[in-house]
Design a protein around this ligand. Sequence first.
Ligand code: SF4
Length: 387
Amino acid sequence: MELWQQMVRDSVHTVDELVERFKIDRKVAEDLDEFFQARINPYYLSLIRYPGDPIWRQCVPDQAELEDFDAEEDPLMEDAMSPVQNITHRYPDRALFLVTSQCGMYCRFCTRKRKVGDYEKISMKGLESAFKYLEEHTEIRDVIMSGGDPLMLTDTMLEKIIQRLRSIPHIEIIRIGSKMPCVLPHRITPQLCNMLKNYHPIYLNTHFNHPWEITPESSRACEMLADAGIPVGNQMVLMKGVNDDPAVVKELMQKLLKIRVRPYYMYMADETKGANHFRTSIETGLNIIENLRGHTSGLAIPHFVIDAPGGGGKIPLVPNYVVHHDENKIILRNYQNKIYSYKNYYDKLNPNSKNGRPGKNGKNHKTKVKELEFTKIELPVLEEVEN
Ligand code: SF4
């Protein structure tokens, strides 16, 4: 047995352990175990500094999970968009492929609480029909392996799945969604990296939510993946009491870049049953982005998105930097609230225009401009105007 497998086996997971270690009321611990089991491996457990800290909140079951009466179990409608077992096909050219129900740690905010940890609900029996679907759907060029955590599979099993995907000519890109570099970095071994690099292009998206998760062990894991030529991106979830603070997010993003992980998404927490106590206001998220843009490298700024309830997919949110927009110009504010004007360019709207000036025949141009939505917002501070 490899070290990481032993660590999974040594995880805190029973009701007795929850009562003893975290002083959870026994009845509540039993109900929580029934709702969504716990798995806290010794490595992630060692990152907790005090009760209720950002690490604790992500892994220790909380009574609030049981008080979530109205939310949906599957707010992203992954199951409704599942044509065959183990596949969700939402976007035209890519598909989500669930390859295991198991994870190195069970996150209390997980959006797949309804099936993660349950061998019946994400079953290996569904793999064959999933491969068949991927083979038949030639429009799919990008497959995202997820679960559960694909890196809970042994190297041998993982390689078999990847080989099968690589045998499908129209699949260009394989992505692995794995929290292991963060929650159990011992899983990233030289053998795993050597195997993966035979099947490029392989991308890996991981899931750091707090700067305390960047340790010598997790740094080494991410650097090993990068050395194997695997671009590593990070998908952070914005969560109350974990990272709803601009300084925390900035530190996390800067530290991720240092270990060669590219901040990719910052999600609003999904409206998932049993996870709504993590949700923050949208303004909290916009404020965090405002405090990143211009204040640190653009490389450190993730896309801030809502994964739309009802299966609408990821929709980006950005602070409003547009003060005014009309047919002649756009007026913008920068990160310091200084105001800048930029002349509108007409060529795309009016083929008669030249060098960015409106053409003499303004008929076509005027008709199209009516379709634009003009925006005007009140600004708190106007420090400077440049024309
Ligand atoms: S690792 Fe991913 S799938 Fe597993 S519990 Fe955490 S968020 Fe859910």
